[in-house]
Each structure stands twice: as structure tokens, then as C-alpha cells.
Design a protein around this ligand. Structure first.
Ligand SMILES: [Zn+2]
Length: 60
């Protein structure tokens, strides 16, 4: 079990089905644009945001 993938789960409704969208967030303070992945819960519409390379999903 080398890499352990955490399956995203909606914190609001425990849904596991998401619409995936990719986007960019432009930083006002620098030239860098962050690539982000948005997961939109099919059930309740809650939006989870993942930034490139690193997940923001460690609030368990
Ligand atoms: Zn949900």
C-alpha cells in the first residue's frame, strides 16, 4: 500500500459524487496563477477546492 488515496467526501451531506471542474485562481499579489480543481457535490452543491499538487482536504 504505497500510496493511500483519500476519497473526497462531502462534509455536509457525506456524498461521494462530484462534478469536477478545473480552474485557475489569479493572485493579485504576484504573477502566479494557481491551478485549482473544484469538486462540486452532486447532492448539495457544496464546493471543495483542491490546489495543484496539494490537497486542502486535511480537515478531518
Ligand atoms: Zn454534499
Amino acid at each position: 500500500m504505497a500510496d493511500q488515496k483519500v476519497k473526497p467526501k462531502c462534509p455536509l451531506c457525506n456524498g461521494e459524487n462530484f462534478n469536477k471542474e478545473e480552474g485557475k485562481i489569479d493572485s493579485k499579489w504576484g504573477a502566479t496563477a494557481h491551478k485549482v480543481t473544484l469538486l462540486i457535490c452532486n447532492k448539495c452543491g457544496n464546493v471543495l477546492i483542491f490546489s495543484e499538487g496539494r490537497t486542502l482536504w486535511d480537515m478531518d
